[in-house]
Design a binder for this molecule. Structure first.
Ligand code: KIV
Ligand code: ZN
Length: 387
């Protein structure tokens, strides 16, 4: 039987921490509704202690969304947890996500705490969060650079204190896929009460490995992935939701689990987030970039016109595109050109006319990045007129 892979979206929290990506309350509600429609399991709506605006945004999301669980972030501090508990009061299903750093550098230089104090604070925070909700997630921040023995100690203690999700963040995107996967399997094996909690991962993209690290963790037993639309997030971003979901869905032969995501809403969610934040999606971005299902070269176009699976491993329609796209340019071939003429309802009376039009098309294509339908209409009428 296929396990469920929980999708925890943090576009509204870690995504919003992207410099320049802050969102208003109404914008957060619009994005949260799009995530709910996509059947995201958990929506991290914000960090309620951060500002009054963020507190109100988490409250508004908690009120507006009924089908996804709403989560608020808090440090392992009483005031943070109380604020998160308050903001989530109206949620149908709530979660408090509390965290404290566990790497030697963070404990020493940032927290200025001894490891035992860090454990005490984590346990106290989880117990306090449990007074507001029975769904508490704990993250050892910078787990990717923490000592495994220490992670085992703190995670065992927070499970006993009532945490039901253990989120392992690679906060600075330092890990490599095999290393991160093996960290997850080691933690699952060595923590005596590990089976009482779900293992989650939260990977940053500083080395461009956030998605690969997350997938490696899933192959090693993680059953929640934290991710964001378009990979938005601190610095180089977080793992992109659309890539995680489509990798797992497309390669079901490799994964013992799948998500409940309705993938047809992926593209509209991507455009909504891009429009609201002003962060443009690069054309060659997987799944949601303008070129993700576009073909320009003659060899590829010919293959796709004969059978889409020659160069497409997913269906564009499954993630919300109307269809795939043939881009006419200097690498395009006669077959794609002929097929575009048919789509435009242009019938040339002879193969000679077609050849002449194709020659003019190639001349034009050498001067432009892309030949548009209007260009083709114009060059065909010129060709017919001069014939
Ligand atoms: O990157 C990180 O460690 C975080 C935590 C709050 C989970 O965002
Ligand atoms: Zn993060």
């Amino acid at each position: 039987m296929t396990d469920k892979l929980i999708i925890f979206d943090t576009t509204l929290r870690d995504g919003e921490q992207s410099p320049g990506a802050s969102m208003t309350k109404d914008e957060k509600v619009r994005i949260a509704k799009a995530l709910e429609r996509m059947r995201v399991d958990v929506i991290e709506a914000g960090f309620p202690i951060a500002s009054t605006g963020d507190f109100e945004a988490v409250q508004a999301v908690a009120k507006a969304v009924k089908d996804s669980r709403i989560c608020g972030l808090s440090r392992a501090l009483d005031a943070d947890i109380d604020r998160a508990g308050e903001a989530l009061k109206l949620a149908n299903a709530s979660r408090i996500h509390t965290f404290i750093a566990t790497s030697p550098i963070h404990m020493k230089m940032k927290l200025r705490m001894e490891p035992d104090q860090v454990i005490e604070n984590a346990v106290r925070a989880v117990k306090r969060a449990r007074q507001y909700t029975d769904d508490v997630e704990f993250s050892p921040e910078d787990a990717g650079r923490s000592e495994t023995d220490f992670l085992c100690r703190i995670l065992e203690a927070v499970i006993d204190a009532g945490a039901s999700t253990l989120n392992i963040p690679d906060t600075v995107g330092y890990n490599l896929p095999h290393q991160f996967g093996s960290l997850i399997s080691t933690l699952r094996e060595r923590i005596p009460n590990a089976d009482k909690a779900i293992f989650s991962v939260h990977c940053h993209n500083d080395l461009g490995l956030a998605v690969a690290n997350s997938l490696s963790a899933v192959m090693n037993g993680a059953r929640q992935v934290e991710c964001t639309i378009n990979g938005l997030g601190e610095r180089a971003g977080n793992a992109a939701l659309e890539e995680i979901v489509m990798a797992v869905r497309t390669r079901q032969d490799m994964f013992p689990c799948d998500t409940d995501i309705d993938t047809q809403h992926i593209l509209s969610a991507s455009r909504l987030v891009s429009g609201i934040t002003g962060f443009v999606v690069q054309p060659n971005k997987a799944i949601v970039g303008a070129n993700a299902f576009a073909h320009e070269s003659g060899i590829h176009q010919d293959g796709v016109l004969k059978n889409r699976e020659t160069y497409e491993i997913m269906r564009a329609e499954d993630v919300g595109w109307n269809t795939n796209r043939m881009v006419l340019g200097k690498h395009s071939g006669r077959n794609a050109f002929r097929s575009r003429l048919q789509e435009l309802g242009i019938e040339l009376s002879s193969e000679t006319d077609l050849n002449a039009a194709f020659t003019r098309f190639k001349e034009l294509a050498d001067k432009k990045h892309e030949v548009f339908d209007e260009d083709i209409q114009a060059l065909v009428s010129d060709t017919v007129a001069t014939a």
